[in-house]
Design a binder for this molecule. Structure first.
Ligand SMILES: C[S@@+](CC[C@H](N)C(=O)[O-])C[C@H]1O[C@@H](n2cnc3c(N)ncnc32)[C@H](O)[C@@H]1O
Length: 236
């Protein structure tokens, strides 16, 4: 019998007292209150040595756990556009269990006017919220967003790709341990190219152990805004 996919439970945009988007499901914030775009650049782009690492490459593949508001994707796309030495093709794969409707994305993304043109293109192409894989092409297919709607615990082990850089951006390991487990880190390693890099704001001991066991060499770096540390890693 063909298994029936579990319907998605969409996220709904709500904000905490200081205006930062927060998840009603996980009780955690979507980005640092000190600035979403700046956090993306510091933690995920710089943490993976981007844009330098994609320069001169034919193809560069990023995999993200948790698409959320699309902030990291928009920051990465903008950095790619602004880079005269950008790779020919940028592939951005993002795994998301609770996607937003386009209307909620519009409300949230209005906070970053620098993304306005790109965010509008994203929302115009935003797919129906059904489990499965959606491929969306921008920039004449030079930027390809692959959205994998469903639980990353189930979808990541079945993903057929190779990855140059990982953005680990699930909610905190305390509230969402399944997205940081040893099994999930082994699934990251399965698709990593030799020398693949990884970045995340979490320096939790359990995350460092799970990554190390999956053959990522982890290293702490100064964190974003008030955070003392963040984590970068390289696949051995
Ligand atoms: C901190 S937010 C991500 C923010 C996002 N990267 C951005 O740039 O806007 C964490 C995301 O992880 C998603 N998530 C949590 N558990 C998940 C799972 N098991 N599989 C896939 N996505 C998950 C949440 O729905 C949420 O959108």
């Amino acid at each position: 019998m063909v298994p029936v996919p579990i319907p998605l439970e969409p996220a709904h945009l709500i904000r905490n007292a200081d205006g930062t988007p927060i998840s009603a499901i996980y009780g955690d914030i979507y980005h640092s209150a000190a600035g979403g775009h700046a956090q993306s650049r510091h933690v995920f782009l710089a943490g993976n040595g981007l844009p330098a690492r994609w320069q001169g490459r034919e193809r560069f593949v990023i995999l993200e756990t948790g698409f959320g508001l699309g902030l990291n994707f928009l920051a990465t796309w903008l950095a790619w556009r602004d880079d005269p030495q950008r790779c020919q093709e940028l592939h951005y794969i993002s795994l998301e269990k609770h996607p937003f409707q386009a209307a909620d994305l519009a409300l949230a993304q209005a906070a970053w006017p620098e993304f306005a043109l790109l965010a509008e293109q994203l929302r115009l192409r935003w797919p129906a919220l059904q489990p499965g894989v959606q491929r969306i092409e921008f920039e004449g297919a030079r930027v390809v967003l692959t959205l994998v709607f469903g639980d990353a615990v189930d979808t990541l082990p079945r993903l057929d790709t190779v990855v140059d850089a990982f953005y680990l951006d699930g909610f905190s390991p305390d509230t969402n341990p399944e997205l940081w487990s040893s099994a999930l880190c082994r699934s990251l390693a399965r698709v990593a190219v030799s020398g693949a890099t990884l970045a995340t704001w979490s320096v939790a001991g359990s995350v460092r152990q799970a990554l190390t066991a999956a053959r990522f060499d982890v290293e702490k770096r100064p964190g974003f805004a008030g955070k003392r540390q963040m984590l970068v890693a390289r696949y051995a």
